[in-house]
Design a protein around this ligand. Structure first.
Ligand SMILES: [Zn+2]
Length: 439
C-alpha cells in the first residue's frame, strides 16, 4: 500500500486550529455520515417526498450509525429543490414532518452530533415562487438541447434528480404539490454521473445572490440555529451555477457592479467581474456567519467547495474564493467524489475514469490546500462506488480532522461493514468518543 499523504505539509493555516476545533468539538476525529432525507431510500437520483413523509425511520437510522461508530450525522435540511425539513414558519416543508427535530432528539440519546447542510443559491421552489429573484443569463446559449436568450432567468431542467409519481396520484395533482415538476421524462439510465436518474424531470433554479433570496436564507438560518441543538451549520451551493459562465446579469447585479468598479470594467468577462462575483458570495458568507453566531456563538459555521482549477472553475464560474470564504467561516468541506465520476463496478473504462479523478483530486488538493485559512473536513462518497474505492478515498482525503461520508441510503451492507472496521481499526474508538467535558 502506498504511504498516506502527510497533509499537514500542505495546509498552512496552522495545525493549532485543528487542535482548537477538536477541543471545541470534543472528539479527536470526526466520523460523519450524510443523509439526504428527501432523495428516497436508494441513491440520490430521486426526489421523493412520500418516502420522507411516511417511511423515513429516524431511530433505525441512528441505531445503524451508532452501531457503525459514527459520531456525527450531517443532515441535508434543505436540498436543491428548496424543501425545508424542519418545523418552519418561513420556508416550504412538503413533508409535513419535523425531520431535523427528530434527528436532534435521537442524536442526543446516542451521543451523535448533528450537523446540517443548507443548500443556498440552488432552490427550485423559490425559483418558481420568485422568478424575479432567479439569476439572469447575460448571453444566448443552449442547455440540454434547449435554447435560452440573454435576459432569460436561469431556470432549467434539473440534471441529477428525477421524480416518480406516488401511487394513485395523477401528474396534475402531483404538480400542485411540486410546482416545479415538468411532464418531461428521462427513460434511460446511463453510466456518466449526470445520466443516472430516471423519471419525471423537475426544473431547477439558481437564485441571484444579490437578491432578496439572501434575506430569505438568513431568516431560515436564524430559525434553525435558534430552535435546534445543532453542532454546526454548513452552507452548500454557496456559489453561482457552475454550468454557466454568464450569471448573474440581472439589473441588481449589473447596477451594483457598475457602482463599485470602473466604467471600463467589462461585464461577464473581466478580472473585476470575477472579483465582483467572489465578493458577492463572500458577503453572503459574512452575513450567514454573523447570523449563526448572533443566535448561538458555539455553533460552527461551514461551507462546501468543489475540487477543480482555481481560476477557471472556482473563481470564474462558481465565484468561490477559498481564501476569502475560509477566512470567514469556521470550517471548509471539500467535496471529493472521484468515484462518482466512474466506478470499476460499471466496467474497466469507468474504473479508469474514477481512478483518474482520484489522482487529479489528490493533486488538486495538494496544490490548493494553502488557500484554506481554516480547518478542512472532506466529505466523500460511499454510494455508487465499491468498497475498495470507498476506503481509498476515505483514507486519502482525511486532512487530519477525520472524514465525512455521503450518504446513508445507497450504502451497501458490505460497505457498512467496511466502515465499521475502518472506525475500529484505523481511527480507534477512543478517538471517536465525545468527551462530555470536551477535550
Ligand atoms: Zn443578479
Amino acid at each position: 500500500m502506498k504511504r498516506k499523504v502527510d497533509w499537514s505539509k500542505y495546509f498552512t493555516f496552522g495545525t493549532e486550529k485543528n487542535e482548537e476545533f477538536r477541543k471545541a468539538f470534543g472528539a479527536k476525529k470526526i466520523f460523519g455520515m450524510g443523509i439526504m432525507p428527501i432523495r428516497g431510500p436508494k441513491g440520490f437520483r430521486k426526489l421523493d417526498y412520500e418516502f420522507a413523509e411516511k417511511y423515513l425511520n429516524v431511530n433505525k437510522i441512528m441505531d445503524k450509525l451508532e452501531d457503525t461508530h459514527f459520531n456525527v450525522l450531517g443532515v441535508v435540511i434543505k436540498d436543491t429543490d428548496g424543501a425545508c425539513i424542519w418545523n418552519t414558519k418561513v420556508g416550504w416543508n412538503p413533508t409535513g414532518r419535523d425531520i431535523l427535530g427528530e434527528f436532534c432528539d435521537a442524536g442526543k440519546d446516542r451521543n451523535i452530533k448533528i450537523n446540517v447542510s443548507f443548500t443556498s443559491m440552488n432552490d427550485a421552489y423559490q425559483g418558481y415562487l420568485h422568478p424575479e429573484r432567479v439569476s439572469v443569463h447575460g448571453r444566448d446559449g443552449k442547455k440540454f438541447g434547449k435554447e435560452y436568450k440573454k435576459g432569460d432567468v436561469s431556470t432549467h431542467l434539473e440534471g441529477e434528480m428525477r421524480i416518480d409519481l406516488p401511487e394513485n396520484l395523477s401528474f396534475e395533482d402531483y404538480q400542485k404539490k411540486i410546482p416545479f415538476l415538468t411532464d418531461k421524462r428521462d427513460e434511460k439510465k446511463g453510466k456518466a454521473r449526470d445520466t443516472r436518474g430516471k423519471g419525471f424531470i423537475p426544473l431547477t433554479s439558481f437564485m441571484c445572490p444579490n437578491s432578496d433570496h439572501v434575506n430569505y436564507l438568513l431568516e431560515l438560518t436564524k430559525e434553525v440555529v435558534k430552535n435546534y441543538p445543532i453542532e454546526s451549520f454548513f452552507a452548500d451551493y454557496i456559489r453561482y451555477d457552475g454550468s454557466f459562465t454568464d450569471l448573474c446579469a440581472c439589473h441588481r447585479c449589473v447596477e451594483k457592479f457598475r457602482a463599485n468598479y470602473s466604467n471600463k470594467a467589462k461585464l461577464l468577462k473581466s478580472k473585476e467581474w470575477y472579483e465582483f462575483k467572489s465578493s458577492t458570495i463572500a458577503n453572503y458568507a459574512k452575513r450567514l456567519h454573523q447570523t449563526i453566531k448572533s443566535v448561538n456563538s458555539a455553533c460552527f459555521s461551514g461551507w462546501f467547495c468543489l475540487p477543480g482549477p482555481k481560476k477557471m472553475f472556482s473563481q470564474k464560474r462558481l465565484g468561490q474564493d477559498w481564501t476569502k470564504l475560509s477566512s470567514i467561516l469556521d470550517i471548509a468541506s471539500p467535496m471529493e467524489y472521484p468515484y462518482l465520476m466512474g466506478t470499476r463496478d460499471d466496467g474497466w473504462y469507468w474504473g479508469k475514469v474514477g481512478g483518474f479523478f482520484y489522482w487529479y483530486f489528490i493533486r488538486n488538493m495538494k496544490k490548493r490546500a494553502y488557500e484554506f485559512k481554516s480547518p478542512a473536513l472532506t466529505v466523500t462518497n460511499s454510494v455508487e462506488c465499491n468498497i475498495h474505492e470507498m476506503l481509498k478515498q476515505i483514507r486519502g482525503f482525511d486532512f487530519g480532522l477525520g472524514i465525512a461520508v455521503f450518504k446513508y441510503f445507497g450504502t451497501s451492507e458490505k460497505q457498512w461493514e467496511a466502515l465499521k472496521e475502518y472506525a475500529e481499526k484505523e481511527i480507534g474508538l477512543e478517538n471517536l468518543k465525545f468527551n462530555k467535558k470536551k477535550l
